[in-house]
Design a protein around this ligand. Structure first.
Ligand SMILES: Cc1cc2nc3c(=O)[nH]c(=O)nc-3n(C[C@H](O)[C@H](O)[C@H](O)COP(=O)(O)O)c2cc1C
Length: 200
């Protein structure tokens, strides 16, 4: 492959550095995201690296009325699975409101297909790569997106409700929507990369 040109490189840099987590509160609840656009974003996600070509990413799409079913289910399972001492009414309310603020909720699944050859960790990593492809494509499209992982998503009850296999896992929810009019992107803040590099 030819090296990408200078223009492409700077576009990629701009997309990567301007990607931000934008929560459902800042999404325009009245604006749906077209199915064709969602499919285009997921096509990019589908190009993630994958050890052994197991392609473990699975996307459970909730749009339109099915967002309400998701919201109601999360609230119910949160009540059922949370020990009383940890239960918080505000968290339950958020779970039942957030899906309806987003144009779509993509529930992120990991389908375990690698057997003994591919460690589970690598299947989870591959899904994370796919989600990053998704997040960058979301940014490039002017959309808002956010990976959310309340403890509920890791419960067997939620996995069963989604119909996941016994070795599969849910890795979270990706909220997707158009940003509200007038929304301004927050600036990123990261500690210098030099602190995270060891030259040998
Ligand atoms: C695997 C994963 C799970 C996350 N889960 C949550 C979450 O449950 N709640 C939350 O507020 N943010 C969550 N985030 C988003 C982070 O809070 C966010 O990336 C971080 O604040 C940095 O902001 P930025 O994405 O805008 O750079 C998650 C991010 C990742 C990668």
């Amino acid at each position: 492959m030819q090296p990408v040109g200078h223009d492409t490189q700077s576009i990629i840099t701009e997309v990567i550095r301007s990607r931000r987590s934008i929560k459902p509160f800042d999404m325009d609840a009245s604006r749906a995201v077209d199915k064709s656009l969602i499919l285009e974003l997921l096509e990019n996600a589908n190009h993630a690296p994958t050890h052994g070509l197991t392609e473990p990413w699975r996307f459970h799409l909730f749009t339109g009325d099915s967002r309400r079913t998701l919201a109601e289910t999360m609230a119910r399972l949160y009540r059922e699975t949370t020990p009383e001492a940890e239960f918080r009414e505000d968290k339950m309310r958020k779970m039942s409101e957030n899906p309806l603020l987003a144009g779509a909720v993509i529930v992120l699944g990991m389908a375990r297909r690698g057997g003994a050859k591919i460690p589970e960790l690598e299947e989870i990593e591959a899904v994370a790569c796919a989600v990053q492809n998704l997040a960058l494509s979301v940014t490039a499209s002017g959309l808002a997106g956010y990976w959310s992982s309340p403890p509920l998503v890791y419960t067997r009850q939620f996995a069963d409700w989604l119909g996941l296999g016994p070795e599969d896992r849910c890795l979270g929810l990706f909220y997707l929507g158009w940003p509200k009019a007038g929304f301004t992107m927050p600036k990123a803040s990261r500690k210098p990369v030099a602190e995270k590099i060891t030259w040998h």
